[in-house]
Design a protein around this ligand. Sequence first.
Ligand SMILES: Cc1ncc(COP(=O)(O)O)c(C=O)c1O
Length: 360
Amino acid sequence: MPVPAINFGPLLEATRPDWEARLRELFTRQQFILGPQVSGFEAEFATATGADHVVGVGNGTDAIQLALRAADINGEVLTTALTAPFTGIGILGAGCTIRFADIDPETLQIDPADAGNRLRKKTAAVVPVHLYGQPCNIAAIRKLGLPVMQDACQAHGATAGGKALTAWSPMVAYSFYPTKNLGCLGDGGAVVTNSARLAAKLRELRDGGRRGGQVTFVRGINSRLDEMHACYLRAFLLKLGEWNEDRRRTARLYDEGLRDVDGVRLIRRTDESVCHLYVIRAKRRDKLRAFLSSKGIGSGIHYPVPLHLHPTYRECGQKRGDLPVAEKASREIISLPLWPYLPESAAMEVVQAVRGFYGA
Ligand SMILES: Cc1ncc(COP(=O)(O)O)c(C=O)c1O
């Protein structure tokens, strides 16, 4: 049986009556931008994340950009070298420069000690990422003493140290890219905050600097969550807890099935992880990928090139060899299929295929 890296079918079916009813309502009302579906979703996602305010925007990249702009961050922003390229694009979009910290070899999350060593006079903020759904060591990042803005684009439903993510920084950025734990059927994102002042600023910035009328007061951008996507998001949000549990269940099956395989190294995670991706470090990674593909098993690499080696981020001045842990990890990591409703038999098939590849 083929096992795709991701499969939206079952979750669309499980929520169909809810999103169909919302879409019918939307077609009747015919208000497609900033209407009741978006405000309803914002209120519901605020409750789900334990925050006071949510501002829906066009995508996670814009959420990062607008949060940094709302906080008036100017200067150099430090983030992890192992993340989606869009973390950096959001930072550059805010008019900041960028620099990268290395990662912890066990968790692949930003290494707070290394981050501390890379701070300079011009470092204005840190953007830690909760990669693969695992909360990073945000308490240690906070202790660096700089403004923090969390990239939680892969961590819907996660808490850190038993607290809501908003307990750790004034703003938290989310993406609703379709493959996320909470995704829409296109692009979407949000900034979550407990500050009414920041929420108002974000609402202005996302809507071209307008305050509800046709006059623009600040140089905003046009980045609003669509009503249509909010219809799907409201339906999917009701299932987020269940879907995260399902992801955890599959992750545990992979742990058990692969723990003893010579050639595979598991990534350390805690119970607070929402298991967005299941990533292992694998010897002969590219050959393993080809082998899995020959058996109809999808996989991914998140991410194959650390950000300091992307041409776009050349200005950071960091070169090959400067972030050795991230560089090594990016050559070894592979993401195995992980999605809600992935049948146990399919997960076992993946386990058997990986074991077979290594002769385990
Ligand atoms: C860690 C991380 N940051 C930022 C983003 C950007 O989100 P979006 O694709 O919605 O712009 C993503 C998703 O691609 C991501 O995974």
